[in-house]
Design a protein. Structure first.
Length: 144
């Protein structure tokens, strides 16, 4: 019987991963993927936060269907000690500047030049329902 890692163990392995691939369902039933800044300095607890603009297709997709997926890949190649993490979750759109401030990092200023006061920004909150990982020869699910 395989041993399952804890969310803390997975979080440590995910530290430093800067980009996640966010997948949403489109109006036409397709799946759309896009890179999102993951802010690898944040300790992962099963909930992720990403900023985007109100007019982004991502927002429209989530409003129509909040079921999303995230993909993370750690350093290394396929036969190294890299970690791969797949998250299935539910997205929520947040438009509250107080919440923006709680999740803001200075790295975001590159894309949002007025910080939390940038017009038309939205925070995407993704709560994991299922987390699957591949870590070397070890694979399994994290209970959330």
């Amino acid at each position: 019987m395989p041993m399952h890692k804890t969310i803390g163990e997975i979080s440590k392995r995910m530290a430093g991963i800067d980009i996640a691939i966010l997948s949403t369902h489109t109006e036409g039933g397709q799946i759309a993927n896009r890179p999102m800044s993951n802010n690898g300095d944040v300790e992962y607890d099963g909930t992720s936060y990403y900023f985007t603009y109100e007019q982004a297709r991502t927002v429209t997709d989530i409003e129509a269907n909040p079921k999303v997926a995230l993909g993370f890949t750690g350093e290394g190649g396929i036969f190294s000690d890299a970690i791969y993490v797949a998250v299935e979750g539910t997205a929520e759109l947040i438009r509250d500047k107080a919440v923006f401030k709680a999740h803001w990092t200075s790295d975001l200023d590159r894309w949002f030049d007025k910080g939390v006061d940038t017009p038309n920004i939205v925070l995407i909150k993704i709560k994991a329902n299922r987390i699957t990982y591949w870590d070397g020869k070890d694979e399994g699910e994290v209970r959330v």
